[in-house]
Design a protein. Structure first.
Length: 284
C-alpha cells in the first residue's frame, strides 16, 4: 500500500541512473562494491531495482565513482524521492481500510521497537473496540467510505502484537489526545480505562504530555517510527512513509523532545483515570 506506481517509477529511474554512472566510470559491479565497501550482490540488487538504496548508500556509491559534486544533486534528489512513499486515504479506502491494519501489524512484527507519537488520538493498538468503531465511522462529508465492521475487527486483531514481550512499544500522547471527546462518554470511559490497563504491560511505555508541560515546538502530526528504518506520518489526506536516515533521525529527536516532558507509569495512569472520572460525572 505504501508503494504507488509513481514511487516505483522513481525507484526504477534511480536504479538506471546509478547503473549508467558505474558504466560511465568504467567499473564492474565487483570493483564498485569493493570501493564502496558493499557486497557485489547488494550493488546488483540496487542496479536491478530489487533493493532500494538509502540516501547514505547512494552517497557512498557516488563517492566511490568520484562523481563531481555538481552532478550529485539530481541523483541525491532522486534518492530522497525514492525513499519517500505516499498513499492517499482514498486509495487506502478503495483497497480496504482493514488491509492497512494488517500492514501495521506486519510492520510491528518486523520491528523490535515501535514508537507512536499521538497528538490527537490514541493508536489503534491501544483502542477499545467500541472506541475504534466510533473513530472509524465516517462523519465528515467527503470522508472515504469503508467497511467499518471489517476495519474494527482488523484493528483488534492487530493488537495481538502487544502480546509479544520481545518487542517494545512506546505510546506518547498529548493530554489533548486523552481528553478529546471522540465517542460518547461511556465509550470514552472504557477507552481511558483500556489505555490505563495497557500501560501496565511490561513491554509498553505509555506517556502523556500534560497541558502544563512547557514546550516551544508544536506537536503537529501523528507519526510512527519502526526501529530506525522507517517512519510513517499521518495526515488528513493520507500517509507518508520516510526511509531516509536523516528523516528518521529527525523524527526520533522530535519523539525524544516530547517524551522528556511527558509523564508515564503511575502518573500517566492517574491522569487517565482522572479524565475517565470527569467523563463519568459530566453530561453525555
Amino acid at each position: 500500500m505504501l508503494e504507488p506506481e509513481n514511487e516505483k517509477r522513481d525507484r526504477r529511474d534511480l536504479a538506471d541512473s546509478l547503473k549508467q554512472l558505474r558504466k560511465a566510470a568504467g567499473l564492474s559491479g565487483e570493483r564498485l562494491a569493493a570501493r564502496a565497501a558493499m557486497s557485489q550482490s547488494k550493488i546488483s540488487r540496487i542496479e536491478s531495482g530489487r533493493a532500494l538504496p538509502s540516501v547514505a548508500d547512494v552517497e557512498r556509491i557516488m563517492l566511490a565513482l568520484d562523481v563531481p559534486a555538481d552532478a550529485q544533486l539530481d541523483i541525491l534528489t532522486a534518492a530522497r524521492s525514492a525513499n519517500v512513499d505516499y498513499v492517499s486515504a482514498r486509495s487506502a479506502a478503495r483497497l480496504g481500510i482493514w488491509r492497512r491494519q494488517a500492514e501495521i501489524k506486519a510492520l510491528c512484527e518486523a520491528s523490535t521497537t515501535v514508537r507512536h507519537f499521538l497528538p490527537v488520538i490514541p493508536s489503534g493498538l491501544i483502542q477499545d473496540p467500541e472506541y475504534a468503531r466510533s473513530v472509524l465511522t465516517p462523519v465528515i462529508e467527503g470522508d472515504t467510505a469503508r467497511d467499518v465492521d471489517r476495519a474494527v475487527k482488523a484493528r483488534t486483531e492487530a493488537q495481538e502484537v502487544l502480546d509479544d514481550e520481545s518487542r517494545t512499544f512506546h505510546f506518547l500522547l498529548t493530554e489533548q489526545a486523552v481528553r478529546l471527546k471522540q465517542a460518547s462518554a461511556p465509550v470514552m470511559v472504557k477507552q481511558l480505562r483500556h489505555m490505563a490497563t495497557a500501560s501496565e504491560r511490561s513491554n509498553v511505555d505509555l506517556a502523556i504530555l500534560p497541558h502544563t508541560a512547557s514546550i516551544t515546538s508544536p506537536p503537529l502530526n501523528i507519526f510512527v517510527i519502526y526501529d530506525e528504518r522507517l517512519a510513517t506520518v499521518e495526515m488528513f489526506s493520507g500517509t507518508v512513509a520516510l526511509r531516509d536516515y536523516r528523516d528518521i533521525s529527525y523524527h526520533l529527536n522530535v519523539f525524544d523532545y516530547f517524551r522528556e516532558r511527558a509523564v508515564s507509569g503511575t502518573a500517566a495512569r492517574r491522569l487517565l483515570n482522572s479524565v475517565a472520572d470527569e467523563f463519568m460525572r459530566g453530561p453525555d
